[in-house]
Design a protein around this ligand. Sequence first.
Ligand code: B12
Ligand code: SF4
Length: 468
Amino acid sequence: MLKIFGAKETKKSNRLWLDLGDLGDLINPAGPHEQWQDHGLGLLRTILHQEGVLTDMFSTRQCATWDEVRKKMQGYDLLIMNVRSYTYPAAYRAAKLFKEVNPNGMVIAGGMHATVALDEMLAVPEFDRICQGPGEKTIVDLVKDPKSFPRVTLGVGTKSMDEWPMIDRTLWPKPNSWKLNRKFNWPLEPECGWGPPGVATMLTSRVCPWQCVFCNESSYIPNMQRRSVDLVIEELNMLDEKHGPVGSIVIHDSMFFQNPTWLKEWIEKYPRNARKLWPYWAAARADTVRQWPDLFEALLRETNWTTVSIGFESGSDRVLKILNKECTEEDNYFTIDLLNKIGDDLERQGKKAPVFWSNIMLGIPGEQPEDAFKTLRMIKYMRRVMPSISFYAPYPGSALGNQLIAEGKSMMSKDNYHRFPDDEKVKGVDYKFYRELLAGKFDDEVNKGLPELIKQRSSALAGSLIKA
Ligand code: B12
Ligand code: SF4
C-alpha cells in the first residue's frame, strides 16, 4: 500500500478530506487556538465512516510547505473541505493544487464560506461542487456520487443536535511533531491557559439568536435544538473514560448562557452526573448576565465555570450602538462588578476565582479615540481578566461586513482573508493610532477617572492581540 503521510498513515481511500489552517500550526503552532480541532470535519467524517464511506485525511496545519501539501494530495479522486471565511485562502490554494496534481479529480467544498460568499466560490472553477448550509443529511450521498449533484447544493441538517453522533475524535488530525505531540493529549486537545489538560471541546448549542452587526450568525446558520444536558454529560464521561483523563472543558458554543431552562438543568445534573466537576470555558453576554444574575452566580459557584468569555467588544455606548450589541456600558460594568464580587468571595473561601476571557474589538468604523480610551479603561477595571483584543474584521455573512464589502472598504481578499488580530482590515481606519494606543502611549487619557490602584495596571495591551 502507498504511504501517504509520515511513517504511520496509509492510503485507505481515494477520497481525501483536507483539514484547513495555517501551515505548521500542528507542528510548531503560533499560539494555542490554532490547535483547536474542527467539529464540522469531525462530525461529518464520523457520519461518513459510520455509513461505511471512508475518507483519508490530513491537514495543511500538519505541513510545513505547500509543496508538501501538493505531494500528499497525489493519487486522490476527490477532495473535500470545510471552508470558513478565515480558511478560504487555504481552501482556494488547495483546490488549485489538487487539480494540478489530479486533473481528473473533483473538489467538493462546504462550510460557512459557501453559505455567506457563494459568488466568490462560484468564480473559482476548481470548486466542482459547493454545498451551502449544514451537511449532516447530505454529506453521504454527495461524497458517494458527487456527479449526480448540481454545482451548488443546499445541504440538509438535523432538527436537533441530539441527532448528531458523538464525534469519533480519532478522525481528527494529529500533531505532527514530537514536541507538540508530547503536550497535545490527542485525540483530546491541548491546554491553552484556560484549564488543566487534556481539554475536551464541546458544542451544546449551534446558534446565537442575537444580531450583532459584526456577527449575526442567526441570519445564516439554521436554527437547531440544543443538545440535551444528559447527552452532553454522557459524551464528556465517555471521553474521560476512553481518551482521558479530561482536565477541563471548552464549550465552543457561540452563546452558552442562553435558555435558562437548559442552564438550570445543567446546574442540577452536571455536578451530580459528571465523573468529575471539570472546570470549563463558556460564553455569555453582559445584558443577559444583568437579566439573570442569580442564574449566572449559581453557574459560577456550582458548576465550576471558571473562564467566562464575554464579548464586551467596546466600553462605549456609541460604539455598542454601531455594533447593535444591545448591551450598554452599564450592563458591562454590572457584569464586571458581579464577577469581581463573586471572585473575591470564592477566593476568601480558598477557591479559585473565575476570570473573564474578554473579547474586545478596536478599529470599528465610526469609532473615535475617546471611545477607544473608554474601552481600555473598561479592561483595566476588570480585576481578573484575559483580554482578547483584535482589530475589527468585516466578515461576509455579517450585516456590517456585507455593507463594507459592498462599499469597497474591506481589505480582506481571497489571498489574505486572514484574521491576524493586528492586520489592517478596513480602509479609512487609523491603525497607527490603535498601535500607539496598545503600546500604552495614551495612558493619561485611558486613566482619566480611574481609581489610583487601577491606574497602576498597564495600558500596554499589544500582547493581548489574540488570533481567536
Ligand atoms: C468553535 C469556533 C471557533 C474556534 C475553533 C475553530 C475550529 N478549528 O473549528 C476558534 C475559537 C479557534 C475560532 C476562531 C475564530 N472564529 Co470561529 N467559530 C467557532 C464556532 C463557535 C463553532 C464552529 C463549529 O464547530 N460549528 C459546528 C460545526 C458542526 O459546524 P460547521 O463547521 O460550520 O460545519 C457544518 C456546515 O458548515 C456543513 N459543512 C462543513 N463542512 C462541510 C463540507 C461539506 C462537503 C458539506 C457538504 C458540508 C459541510 O456541515 C456541518 C454540519 O452542519 C462558529 C460559530 C458556529 N456556531 O458555527 C464560529 C465561526 C465559525 N468563527 C468565526 C470567526 C470569524 C472566527 C474568528 C475569525 C474570530 C473573529 N471573529 O475574529 C477566529 C479565526 C481564528 C483563526 N484561526 O484565524 C465565524 C466565521 C464566519 C465566516 N464567514 O466564516 C463563525 C461563524 C462565528 C461568527 N458568527 O462570526 N472559532
Ligand atoms: S457577537 Fe456574540 S452575542 Fe452577538 S450575535 Fe455573535 S455570538 Fe451572538
